[in-house]
Structure formats: structure tokens, C-alpha cells
Design a protein around this ligand. Structure first.
Ligand SMILES: Nc1nc2c(c(=O)[nH]1)N[C@H]1C(S)=C(S)[C@@H](COP(=O)(O)OP(=O)(O)OC[C@H]3O[C@@H](n4cnc5c(=O)[nH]c(N)nc54)[C@H](O)[C@@H]3O)O[C@H]1N2
Ligand SMILES: Nc1nc2c(c(=O)[nH]1)N[C@H]1C(S)=C(S)[C@@H](COP(=O)(O)OP(=O)(O)OC[C@H]3O[C@@H](n4cnc5c(=O)[nH]c(N)nc54)[C@H](O)[C@@H]3O)O[C@H]1N2
Ligand code: SF4
Ligand SMILES: [Mo]
Length: 737
């Protein structure tokens, strides 16, 4: 095993958190800050309130914000380290230009912008408007998400715009729209407190939404029963009343059998079903063959446990069902979501206090960002880009003829395929690191190399940005004013604590200047972020995600406003569906029949083990941000292959032995972590690392036919022990940073 030039400890202390604690003359420790700014964590969808401490236009620390109602001051390990990005030595301080053979060289903004504009024009003149694509991301505020949608359609005039929520929230979004006509969690998390039964499916809450556990513990203190559905005994499962260790890719069999059980034992809310829903009979008859025996054989869960779970769910008076990517990252992710919703509707437990349902939104602005129109099929207000009325309305707000508004474009993964086919030749990306986060990333790398021109906007040189021709130095969360929408649907204010360092620029300023250079200045002139938000309000008016009644002042006065909020005198909607008027055309909630289907790749003699992927507590997404923060790296420095002792012993794999994992896409090597907390037929690898440590060398690009989400959560692999025990620090974890 090759030795690293420096030990990880050395590397970590170079990046270390002590940077900002440098003693200053006359002070034993950290200097008094100039200001403390109440804002929100830049990472996950909980969007915990936090106060950033500012000194000399630098973020130097944080303090809890006790009054913010969701997290009441609580923060997770990522939240308390997030402030270290602002001052980080890796911050991009000026635009960079690739010089073949020499690497990246600084370049002036003027030259960089000239090059970007002329390449967009050249590519579009030569190959057509759609040959230039845009990829956006939902760590961006609502204002920037909205701006990216408008920028792609009105300034670049391409239909090929998509966003990183395509890897995240789209299965849930599609399922929610089918069932309720609207895509938001139904209740605030405070409603967990008195729920009698809580189901958590495919969500490793303690590691991925740590501050949400507070509301689960409150419920437990009040006697709530907890059912956890996950192939691993995740921390939450250890305390659960029932843990259902589902075989990856088989959830819909479980939900179908539970629905049949509710029907067979008449644990149904007939009044709710008859008066407020459609489609129940077809949905129930679709699962008529789904006996508990069949479900047990299909899912690998003991029959008695399934029965107990169905009984608990069926008999409860109040309940909350939460799910996340564990059931959504599938080629039938939408089916899994609908399977869960069918259980909620059958028991009528929605739209009341302590009765709720929701997907747990992943990214920081995963909720708002999936409403403001930077998805390939969507316009602001969660409108549909193929609907003539929706098109006419938004074209009117943007001051363009409807005929000039591009149509539906390709999704994120389909764009990669289109680059391979030579249909897309140019790319602008912001807030997305697809080389680490898309499946089958060797194929993604080849696509990036095929592009004639690629420009990335980021504040760090991400792995994907390393393939760019131009990198534009953008801004952090705390460097612009704006809003985000939390996983609860609460629109909150993001505050500018500092301005971008060096010659880095605010993302908004970069986009506005590019729009102007592309000849659309008249459509892209705003005094400030609030002016963008005010236009967004109008653009969303009348859509299902209606923000019209939300103003910056109202958010500040109320510590957030829940959409939909259709008028300025409307208080917002913390709990949906209290009036039982759903947002579907007929006003009813819709049951949707779900038939079980196998995952796109199942195990066989050649690839006998199930591979699933996901997260660990101290790293965030592609890791481009958290792999740069020393203490977070210390917590979990590298990806380990979680494997059950029984499976390990069939291969004679020892603790921390390097194991080669092979799929039909590629191979990668990881130290084994032998744990009893995973199914015997399944291995788990976290995906936050690039290069040789990337789990996405192995994953499969099969998409859900409706949501177009990739099947990150299940494929088939083969394991080969390499006979080498890896000690921490001797692996290649830092190879590609
Ligand atoms: N620490 C940390 N927190 C994060 C993030 C992060 O990167 N790091 N990212 C944020 C984002 S964008 C997201 S989307 C969320 C994701 O949050 P989660 O969805 O909670 O995270 P994952 O680890 O992707 O997957 C959750 C669980 O799904 C299980 N699972 C795998 N296959 C299946 C299956 O077929 N069925 C079921 N029922 N379960 C299955 C896995 O064992 C895993 O425990 O986290 C957010 N919070
Ligand atoms: N195998 C596997 N793969 C997965 C998943 C999985 O569970 N398994 N999960 C998927 C999921 S749920 C998700 S959400 C995706 C996420 O995948 P990505 O969206 O690719 O991951 P990020 O790390 O968020 O990449 C964001 C990039 O934008 C930059 N950035 C962050 N904030 C800003 C900003 O405000 N402005 C600018 N200009 N740049 C910014 C960061 O520095 C980073 O380089 O990964 C997906 N990939
Ligand atoms: S739970 Fe999410 S939002 Fe809250 S501190 Fe942690 S990463 Fe940030
Ligand atoms: Mo996500």
C-alpha cells in the first residue's frame, strides 16, 4: 500500500479548525466578533437556525440560535463546523482558465466572461440552442434557483436545464403530485410529538437529519411506537419497537402486503376513503395476492414482524410516516413513495394534528429549489412547462412571447447520455458536482471530456470543476441575502454575513452579468435579492407552490412562513389538508395502484451480493465541502465497506481487509468494516468520496421511468478480498482531493 507523502493527521491539521482561533495580540483566545448574524446552516434540509460570528468581514465562529423554533439551538457536527469554509485556504478567489499542459491559471473576470459568452454563442450557432446545457443545484437559495431557471430559458434560450435534485427529491415530488397534487410534507415536525405510531422508511435520520431526532425522542417520551424500515440497523432502529430489515429494492412488496392486511382486517377509515379519495378499490385489488408469506419471502423480513407493523399502523389513532432516499433512489422510487402514501390514505391519518406524512427533504434548499423552476420540466410555482396556461403565465411575467419559452429538456443523467451522443456540446454548471454524485461516474468523466466547452461556478475547485475550461469563483451561502425553504415547507431568511473574499463574486452577480453579455440585460436587472424574490412571488402566484403572500419582512417577523401563502394577509400553511381539499384537479387525494417490480439489476451467480450506497454523519453529499473541514474528516476519514460477519466469513474477509468490489460498471477497493447491523446479503458504501474511493464507480444508471432518479440504492456486486489489512492513514482516501 503506497504511503501518503504526509500523514492524514498532518493534512488534517493543515486544513484544521484551529485556523480561525489564531490568538490575537492582547487576547488569550478568539477575538470578540464584530457581529453575530442569525441565519441557517448551509447543509441539509433541516436548515437549522444558527448565528454566525463575524470579525473583519470573515466568519470566525458560530453560536446557537436558541429561538429558532425547529432546532431550538441544536446543531449537528456538520452544522458546528460549517463556518470553517468561509476562510478556507482552498477558497477560489478569482476566475481560473484551463491552459492545456499547464493546468489552471488565474484570468480576469472580463476575459473569463468574454470566453464563456463567446463559447455559448459559438456552440449554439453551430449546433442549435439545445446543444448548450445548464446544470443547477439546490444548495442555492430560492432567489438563485429561480434566477437559474429564467437565465437558462430567457438568456441562454436552452431547454436543457436540470438540477441536482434529480438525484434526490424527484421520486418523492412525483409521488406527492400524483397523490395530493402538491409536493410538500403535510405537517410541521412538531406534529410528531403526539403521534402514536411513527414509521421511518429508508431514512437514516440520526446521521442525515440529526436535529430531527429531537422530535422523534419527544414522541417516544410521550409513548409513540416506532417502526424503522431499513436494510441496516441504523442508530434509530436500535431504539425502535419494530425494525424491518428490508432487502434493498423490495419496499413496495412490504407496503403492498401491509395495505392488503389493513383491508383484510378492516383497519380502514371508510369515511375518509369514501369522501376524500379516489382509486381505493383498484389500489387494494392490485395487492390482493400480496400475502404476508409472499411479502416475507420477497423482502426477507420475518412474517411476524410485518404483521406486527401492520397491526400497529392499522390500530393507531394518530401517526406520522416519514421516508427519505432509501425508498426513493430506485428505478421504482415513485412506486415506493406511492406505496407509503396508500398506507396513509387508507387510514385517513393526514391533515389533522399529529397525523402527517412527508418525505424528508435532503438538500439545504431541496424543498424551495424543487419549486422555483430549474428542473427540466418545470416553471416557477411548481408549474408544468408543457402546460400551455402555465407557459403563458410565466412567459408573461418574464416579458417574452410564450413561443420563445423553450420546452421540456433532458434530465441530469439523460444530459450525460446526450453529451456522449454528441447532441450536447457545451455545459454551464453551478452548485453541482456530478463527477462524484452521478452513478457510473467513469461514464460521466468521459462525457465531461467530450464537451467542447464547460464552465463551472463554485467556491471550491470541485472534482467536476477540474474538468472545466473556465471556473468562475462564486459565493457561499453566507455571502448573499436570500431565502430557502426548509424540509417542513417553512420559507426562512438567509443573511449575508460577509462579502465574497478576494475577487470571488456573488453567484447572482455572475449570472446577471452573463445574462447581460448574452443580450438579455433588460430582463435581468434587479436592485437586490429581495427584488428577485418579489418577481419569484409573482411568478409563483396561482401555482401549487404559491409564495405570493410571503415577503422578506413577514419572514423576519415570524421566523419563517409556510407556503402555500397566496396573499399578503394569509398567515401561511403549517399544516396542509385540514380542510380535506387536496390540490388535485378533483380536490381528492388519489390512491395509486402499485405492483411490485424487481430492481433493474438483481443478484446472480456472477454478482451475488446486493450493493447499496448512502451517507455518514460527518460528510455531506459529494464531500467537496466537508472533506475540506479537518474535524469532519477526522470523524470519518474514508469510506468503509459495511459487511455482515456471516457474509465476511464466507469470503474469509477480516476487519479492515481491503476488498475489491466489482459491478458491471467498474471496480473499487475499500477496507471492510464488519458489523452486525446490516443484512447478510447486502453491503453498504458511503458515496462522499471522489476518484478511486468513489462508490459511484460501481452504481447503475437505470432511471425511474417517471422521476428519472438513478437507482443509487441497489445493484449487484462481487467481492474479492485482497489479503491486505489497511490501517487508517495508509489508504488512498486523500488521493483525489
Ligand atoms: N451527514 C449527511 N447528512 C445529509 C446528507 C449527507 O450527505 N450527509 N445529505 C442530505 C441529502 S441531500 C439527503 S438526500 C439526505 C438523505 O438522507 P437519507 O435518505 O437518510 O440517507 P441515505 O444514507 O442516502 O439513505 C438512507 C437509508 O436508506 C437505506 N436503504 C438502502 N436501500 C434501501 C431500500 O431498498 N429500502 C429501504 N427502506 N431503505 C434502504 C440505507 O441503509 C440508509 O440507512 O440526507 C441529507 N443529510
Ligand atoms: N451512490 C450515491 N450517489 C448519490 C447519492 C447516494 O445516496 N448514493 N445521493 C444523491 C443525492 S440525494 C444528492 S442530493 C446528490 C448531490 O450531489 P451534488 O449536488 O453533486 O453534491 P454537492 O456536494 O452538493 O455538490 C455541490 C457543489 O456545489 C458547490 N456549492 C455548494 N453551495 C454552493 C453555492 O451556494 N454556490 C455555488 N456556486 N456553489 C455551491 C459545492 O462546493 C459542490 O462542489 O448526490 C447523489 N448521489
Ligand atoms: S441537521 Fe442539517 S441543517 Fe442542521 S446543523 Fe446538521 S447539517 Fe446543518
Ligand atoms: Mo439529496
Amino acid at each position: 500500500m503506497a504511503k501518503l507523502p504526509a500523514s492524514p493527521e498532518k493534512l488534517i491539521s493543515d486544513f484544521g479548525p484551529h485556523l480561525n482561533y489564531a490568538p490575537q495580540e492582547g487576547y488569550p483566545g478568539r477575538d470578540e466578533p464584530d457581529a453575530s448574524v442569525k441565519t441557517h446552516c448551509c447543509f441539509c434540509g433541516m436548515q437549522c437556525g444558527i448565528q454566525l460570528l463575524v470579525k473583519n468581514n470573515k466568519v470566525v465562529g458560530f453560536e446557537p440560535w436558541m429561538e429558532f423554533p425547529f432546532n431550538e439551538g441544536r446543531l449537528c457536527p456538520k452544522g458546528i463546523q460549517r463556518y470553517l469554509q468561509d476562510n478556507h485556504p482552498d477558497r477560489l478567489l478569482e476566475p481560473l482558465q484551463r491552459v492545456e499542459g499547464e493546468g489552471f491559471k488565474p484570468v480576469s473576470w472580463d476575459k473569463a466572461m468574454d470566453r464563456v459568452t463567446s463559447e455559448i454563442q459559438r456552440i449554439q450557432d453551430a449546433y442549435g440552442k439545445d446543444a448548450f446545457a445548464v446544470l443547477s443545484g439546490v444548495s442555492l437559495t430560492n432567489e438563485k434557483s429561480y434566477l437559474m431557471g429564467k437565465f437558462a430559458r430567457v438568456a441562454i434560450k436552452t431547454s436543457n436545464l436540470d438540477y441536482n435534485g434529480r438525484l434526490c427529491m424527484v421520486s418523492a415530488g412525483a409521488g406527492n403530485k400524483k397523490a395530493f397534487g402538491l409536493d410538500r410534507t403535510s405537517n410541521t415536525y412538531a406534529d410528531l410529538e403526539h403521534a402514536e405510531v411513527i414509521i421511518v422508511a429508508g431514512a437514516n435520520v440520526s446521521e442525515t437529519f440529526p436535529t430531527l431526532t429531537h422530535w422523534l425522542w419527544r414522541a417516544r417520551d410521550n409513548g409513540a411506537k416506532l417502526i424503522v424500515i431499513d436494510p441496516r440497523v441504523i442508530p434509530l432502529a436500535r431504539t425502535a419497537d419494530i425494525h424491518l430489515p428490508v432487502k434493498p429494492g423490495t419496499d413496495s412488496a412490504l407496503y403492498g402486503a401491509m395495505l392488503k392486511y389493513l383491508g383484510d382486517h378492516d383497519m380502514l377509515d371508510h369515511d375518509f376513503i369514501n369522501n376524500h379519495t379516489t382509486g381505493f378499490e383498484e389500489t387494494l385489488s392490485a395487492v390482493q395476492d400480496y400475502t404476508l408469506e409472499w411479502a416475507a419471502a420477497t423482502t426477507g423480513i420475518e412474517i411476524e414482524k410485518i404483521r406486527q407493523a401492520a397491526e400497529l399502523w392499522g390500530k393507531a389513532k394518530t401517526s406520522f410516516l416519514l421516508h427519505a432516499r432509501g425508498i426513493e433512489h430506485h428505478s421504482k422510487g415513485v412506486d415506493n413513495v406511492l406505496g407509503c402514501i396508500n398506507l396513509v390514505l387508507a387510514t385517513g391519518r393526514i391533515g389533522r394534528p399529529y397525523c402527517g406524512y412527508g418525505t424528508i427533504t435532503g438538500q439545504g434548499n431541496g424543498q424551495g429549489g424543487r419549486e422555483q423552476g430549474h428542473k427540466c420540466d418545470q416553471l416557477p410555482g411548481n408549474r408544468d412547462i408543457t402546460n400551455p396556461e402555465h407557459r403563458a403565465y410565466v412567459a408573461g411575467v418574464w416579458g417574452i412571447p410564450e413561443s420563445e419559452l423553450p420546452g421540456k429538456g433532458l434530465t441530469a443523467w439523460e444530459l450525460i447520455e446526450a453529451i456522449h451522443r454528441g447532441e450536447v456540446k457545451g455545459l454551464l454548471s453551478i452548485c453541482f458536482n456530478p463527477l462524484v454524485s452521478l452513478p457510473n461516474n467513469n461514464y460521466v468523466r468521459e462525457a465531461l471530456e467530450k464537451l467542447e466547452f464547460y464552465v463551472a461556478i463554485d467556491f471550491f475547485l470541485s472534482e467536476t470543476a477540474r474538468h472545466a475550461d473556465i471556473v468562475l469563483a462564486g459565493s457561499l451561502h453566507e455571502e448573499e441575502e436570500g431565502t430557502v425553504t426548509t424540509a417542513e415547507g417553512r420559507v426562512v431568511r438567509i443573511r449575508r454575513a460577509v462579502t465574497p473574499p478576494g475577487n470571488a463574486r456573488a453567484d447572482t452577480a455572475i449570472i446577471l452579468e452573463l445574462a447581460a453579455r448574452l443580450g438579455a440585460k433588460d430582463k435581468f436587472t434587479y436592485a437586490d435579492s429581495e427584488a428577485i424574490f418579489n418577481e419569484l412571488r409573482v411568478a409563483s402566484k396561482g401555482g401549487t407552490a404559491d409564495y405570493f403572500g410571503i415577503t422578506y419582512k413577514k419572514i423576519e417577523d415570524n421566523m419563517g412562513v409556510f407556503w402555500p401563502c397566496p396573499s399578503e394577509d394569509h398567515p401561511g400553511t403549517p399544516r396542509l389538508w385540514e380542510d380535506k381539499k387536496f390540490a388535485t384537479p378533483d380536490g381528492k387525494a388519489h390512491f395509486n395502484p402499485v405492483k411490485f417490480k424487481e430492481p433493474s439489476e438483481v443478484t446472480d451467480a456472477e454478482f451475488p451480493v446486493v450493493l447499496t450506497t448512502g451517507r455518514v454523519v460527518s460528510q455531506y453529499l459529494s464531500g467537496s465541502q466537508t472533506r475540506r473541514i479537518g474535524k469532519l474528516v477526522n470523524l470519518i476519514p474514508e469510506p468503509l465497506l459495511e459487511i455482515h460477519p456471516a457474509l465476511a466469513s464466507t469470503y474469509n474477509i477480516r476487519q479492515r481487509e481491503m476488498v475489491r468490489v466489482t459491478t458491471r460498471r467498474g471496480t473499487a477497493e475499500f477496507p471492510a468494516n464488519i458489523v452486525e447491523t446490516i443484512r447478510k446479503d447486502t453491503v453498504f458504501i458511503p458515496y462522499h468520496w471522489p476518484g478511486k474511493k468513489s462508490a459511484n464507480q460501481l452504481t447503475i444508471g437505470t432511471l425511474d421511468p417517471i422521476s428519472k432518479i438513478p437507482e443509487f440504492k441497489v445493484c449487484a456486486c462481487r467481492l474479492t478480498p485482497l489479503g491486505v489489512i489497511s490501517t487508517p492513514g495508509e489508504t488512498h482516501a486523500f488521493d483525489s482531493i
